[in-house]
Design a protein around this ligand. Structure first.
Ligand code: SF4
Ligand code: SF4
Length: 83
């Protein structure tokens, strides 16, 4: 089934707790090699929303694939890295 939403991670509020990484069922999230920020690999993400639901800082939001519309998560404007 096609993914309808994708996660958007706002790095400026991320505390690097790695909760999202541990909970992602598709192992699509990793810490960047330098350890400075988290990276979501959208090639493996199925858009389940677990990372956004459980991020204790609320810095992952789910946006629609087609509209970029926000439907959950706190987040704010900011840089996004989804490699
Ligand atoms: S769960 Fe939230 S705060 Fe923790 S590493 Fe992931 S994005 Fe950062
Ligand atoms: S939306 Fe689901 S599959 Fe995608 S990165 Fe988050 S937890 Fe992993």
């Amino acid at each position: 089934m096609a993914r309808t939403h994708r996660p958007r991670l706002h790095r400026e509020g991320c505390k690097l707790c790695q909760m999202c990484r541990y909970l992602c069922p598709d192992m699509a999230i990793r810490m960047e090699e330098s350890g400075g920020y988290m990276v979501i690999d959208l090639r493996y993400c199925k858009g389940c929303g677990v990372c956004a639901a459980f991020c204790p800082e609320g810095v992952i939001e789910m946006v629609r694939e087609d509209q970029g519309e926000r439907f959950s998560g706190e987040g704010g404007s900011g840089s996004v890295r989804s490699a």
